[in-house]
Design a protein. Structure first.
Length: 198
């Protein structure tokens, strides 16, 4: 069992306390906290703030361009279909790796204090489940420092791309928690429809 004792931190800006963590679970928050047994590690919090991990509630970790050369985004038209088609074209041209890109974004998020990400992951008849598989690998790699909820995301459409519904069902079997889409076109900007009331 790993025991971590963090000395002198201020939870949410309150008075300084020590924090005893055993196997990743906070056991005690109190001034001059006795560890009970010899801690595996002791960190000096230097009177810094102690805050809960941040949450990124809407991400697309599979298709970011972090760490890649500058890409000039030129879309031929102004319709949503134009933007989706352009995104798929760019994804093909640069041979985007969902595994690499999701790992880059998760690593950057952890460094800045994020500990949970809810991410959409593209599932379509062109990419199949490749994006989901890459993000599942990233989730496994970072499971000790980041929790991730995966939304199988039919960005390219379900009705206009036969076979997408079956891919979404397979995505759930592989580990996505829900499937859904942003319903901005239906006048609900910012909402996510995934079979639950949100």
């Amino acid at each position: 069992m790993e025991t971590l004792l963090i000395k002198r931190v201020r939870p949410m800006g309150a008075e300084a306390v020590d924090v005893l963590v055993e196997d990743g679970v906070i056991q005690r928050l109190q001034p001059d906290c006795p560890p009970g047994r010899e801690p595996t590690r002791i960190l000096d919090g230097q009177n810094q703030l102690l805050l809960p991990g941040l949450v990124n509630a809407h991400a697309h970790v599979d298709k970011n361009l972090l760490g890649l050369p500058w890409h000039k985004n030129q879309v031929a038209g102004l319709g949503i279909r134009d933007f989706v088609d352009n995104e798929r074209k760019v994804r093909r041209e640069i041979n985007l790796s969902a595994k690499t890109q999701s790992a880059r974004q998760v690593r950057a998020a952890v460094i800045t204090g994020t500990t949970h990400i809810r991410t959409h992951v593209d599932v379509d008849t062109e990419a199949g489940l490749k994006h989901l598989e890459g993000v599942l690998e990233t989730r496994e790699t970072f499971k000790g420092v980041m929790t991730m909820q995966l939304v199988a995301f039919p960005q390219s459409g379900m009705l206009i791309r036969p076979g997408t519904v079956e891919l979404l069902e397979e995505a759930i079997k592989l580990g996505a928690e829900c499937s859904g889409y942003s319903s901005a076109r239906a006048g609900h900007a910012g909402r996510l429809c995934c079979g639950i009331d949100c």
